[in-house]
Write a new protein. Structure first.
Length: 59
């Protein structure tokens, strides 16, 4: 089952502040979607995103 995260939950998941999440969303730097005005995140997609971002930092 897909786990959907709120902004606060996503921030805790990737260990950044909620303001960082809002900035990343505004700059389209993090995968997200909107439902009824709320910004939401798919946990599996965030996991893949963090794995791909960490590979770019190491390279």
């Amino acid at each position: 089952m897909t786990n959907i995260l709120s902004v606060k939950e996503a921030a805790n998941f990737i260990r950044v502040s909620t303001s960082t999440i809002y900035t990343m969303v505004r700059l389209d730097e993090i995968p997200h979607f909107r439902a009824r005005g709320k910004i939401l995140f798919n946990q599996e997609v965030l996991e893949a995103f963090t794995r791909s971002e960490s590979k770019q930092v190491v390279s």
